[in-house]
Design a protein around this ligand. Structure first.
Ligand SMILES: [Zn+2]
Length: 639
């Protein structure tokens, strides 16, 4: 690591989003998603799966009061992943073991939204939820409603499956965000008390375990950054150091030789420093890698950073869909082997792409890297945005690149692939995760150090960086044009990423281009006009990916395009796009010349040249698919 290259992101509070494209998304989150999710967490959405999330905090609060009063409190089983209506006692915990995290993610999204847009009524709602959360905390700082309600003596007894450290992580992330946004300490203090308990419980000569679902690592670093209390950073480093050590903690704790044979699922198959290939549950993976990058930077740990570099390269070069989706197999919601990127069986969970964006920013804070920033852009503008409907009321968990609704209904191998977004999931990790990323999107634009200010993403905003005020006026999503006005406090370097998708670009000021960034020396107030050519292009996927040989995808600027049945009729597989498609744009729709094969009669017949008729293929941005009811969709088209 070269410490000279270290930078940090500009804090959300110092950024005001003004971008017409992104304001649409952030406003949708503020006006639709956050209020909708508030109702969902309270189980007040008709026809949606019950969340039980708020109900659990209320029940846990009652338990905490009863314990304080020395009353007898019943014990219920804490032995499953999901506790539904039918098998749980009415007073016991309900829902998934990680249900608390949905409340925390909602609170974090609220905090980000309040940073940009103060709202007394929303803040009051959040304060009431925070009261419920803090009311559920045990005297010793422990806070997880499953064990508080069901079984106080089982705490930290199954780190692999029962997401206590995961819920702690989300609690801490929400607490830091809420404290930064409002200055209120109640939730923050609760998170620190839980963190203190964790530091007292885990370590050398203590429990030498680690969470089955990572996030505690990066959350502890966030607490460290705010408090500067080194024990939180040490705890994050401890969790990383213990993971994958032999004998495996998950075996020794159960008092048996290796029985659990799926350590890859939890990225615990070997020590993180030796991990060079992204494996296992994809969300867990990118959350771990984010924590590794955080610790590597703060501890000056070159070996850990080197592993992060190999992991990010493995993802970008061999395991990422063109849409920025990662974790291609439903089997374990996991990374598959290199170049295994099926279109119609894709998993590509929305949360995994969100987690990749977290990881990418942390890597950019260690050293600028245009490939990483490009991949983050691809994830943000495609899979992440696709996760949410245009009205902000329904969500994709899985993000396929090809959908045949009949297959989703009749083929159990594709049951995870939904042809339309769902209202709310009982296992609702993705919607609140989306809300928190979109409402904090400003934090992904810039990183800065003493010498330089980097523009990684082109989102229109006004920001107060440490050494400069910067204003980005952007119609980037529409036409690739960006104006950057900068007022420096001293002479600095402005570094602007040159998106890889653009063949031609112009800058109005002289610059030096190096490794995908254009570097400008700025000594006085300056305005930089940048234009990135948004011409739609045909993109070929490596022929190592078996599914896509002989096919292409259409990309325009940061957006990947797709064909839908609503525009092109059924049987999208019969379409063929012309090699010279003469792209025409109509708003954000792209029209291309192509052909449609005549449907065959017999299942088999002697080969002859297909009969085709010329057609105009209409393509829409991938993130907009599935907003017109159930219909076929595909990203890759034969050429
Ligand atoms: Zn998710």
């Amino acid at each position: 690591m070269d410490k000279q290259k270290f930078s940090k992101h500009v804090e959300l509070k110092k950024i005001k989003i003004t971008d017409p494209f992104w304001l649409g998304e952030t406003e949708l989150v503020r006006k639709e998603v956050i209020p909708y999710q508030y109702e969902a967490l309270h189980d007040r959405i008709e026809g949606a799966d019950k969340s039980y999330a708020i109900e659990n905090f209320i029940k846990a609060g009652r338990v905490v009061s009863a314990l304080k009063n020395g009353e007898e409190v019943p014990v219920y089983p804490a032995d499953k992943w999901c506790y539904d209506d039918n098998n749980a006692h009415p007073d016991a915990f309900h829902g998934w073991v990680f249900q608390d995290s949905d409340v925390y993610k909602w609170l974090e999204a609220v905090a980000f939204s309040l940073s940009d847009c103060p709202d007394a009524e929303l803040e009051a709602k959040a304060d009431r939820v925070i009261d419920l959360v803090c009311g559920a905390q045990l005297e010793n700082g422990y806070l997880d409603t499953l064990y508080v309600i069901n079984n106080r003596s089982g705490i930290f007894s199954n780190l692999k499956d029962f997401h206590e450290l995961y819920c702690f992580g989300h609690l801490s992330e929400a607490a830091v965000a809420y404290y930064k946004a409002t200055g209120k300490r109640k939730l923050f203090d609760a998170a620190c008390r839980f963190a203190d308990l964790i530091c007292d419980t885990f370590g050398e000569d203590k429990i030498k375990g680690y969470g089955g679902h990572e996030i505690a690592e990066m959350a502890l670093v966030k607490l460290f950054d705010v408090t500067e209390n080194k024990k939180y950073l040490d705890a994050a480093e401890f969790f990383i150091n213990e993971r994958g050590k032999k004998p495996y903690y998950y075996d020794t704790v159960l008092g048996r030789e290796t029985v659990y044979d799926n350590y890859h699922y939890n990225q615990a198959h070997c020590e993180p420093r030796k991990q060079h290939e992204a494996v296992g549950h994809a969300v867990r993976g990118v959350y771990l890698y984010s924590g590794m990058a955080d610790v590597a930077k703060r501890c000056g740990d070159d070996e850990l950073y080197s592993a992060c570099k190999k992991l990010v390269e493995n993802i970008i070069d061999k395991k990422m869909y063109i849409t920025g989706g990662i974790g291609s197999t439903v089997d374990g919601e996991a990374f598959s082997f290199d170049y295994d990127l099926p279109n119609d069986l894709a998993y590509a969970e929305t949360c995994a792409s969100i987690g990749f964006v977290f990881f990418a920013r942390r890597m950019l804070e260690i050293a600028p890297d245009a490939d990483i920033a490009d991949a983050a852009e691809r994830a943000i503008y495609n899979t992440v945005l696709s996760g949410m409907a245009q009205d902000g009321k329904s969500f994709f968990y899985v993000n396929p690149l090809e959908v045949l609704p009949e297959a989703s209904h009749k083929d159990s191998r594709k049951r995870h692939v939904k042809p339309v977004r769902q209202k709310w999931f009982g296992c609702a990790c993705c919607p609140p995760n989306l809300a928190r990323l979109i409402s904090s999107i400003g934090e992904y634009c810039f990183t800065e150090n003493d010498e330089a200010l980097f523009v990684h993403q082109f989102i229109g905003c006004e920001a107060k960086a440490e050494n400069a005020d910067i204003k980005i006026s952007s119609t980037y999503a529409e036409n690739g044009r960006v104006t950057i006005e900068i007022r420096p406090e001293k002479e600095i370097t402005l570094a602007v990423r040159i998106p890889k998708w653009c063949g031609k670009y112009t800058f109005s000021l002289p610059c030096e281009v190096k490794d995908g960034y254009a570097y400008f020396r700025i000594s006085d107030e300056a305005t930089l006009e940048a234009e990135f050519d948004m011409q739609a292009k045909l993109i070929k996927c490596s022929n190592r990916v078996r599914e896509n040989t002989g096919k292409v995808a259409v990309v325009r600027g940061p957006f990947v395009y797709c064909a839908e049945e609503a525009d092109n009729g059924k049987n999208l597989q019969m379409l063929r796009i012309s090699k010279e498609p003469d792209f025409r744009c109509d708003g954000d729709t792209v029209i291309a010349d192509g052909f449609r094969e005549k449907e065959d009669g017999a299942l088999y017949s002697e080969w002859s040249e297909a009969e085709e008729t010329p057609v105009q293929i209409k393509l829409i941005p991938y993130y907009k698919w599935g907003n017109r009811g159930e219909n076929e969709m595909c990203v890759y088209i034969r050429i």
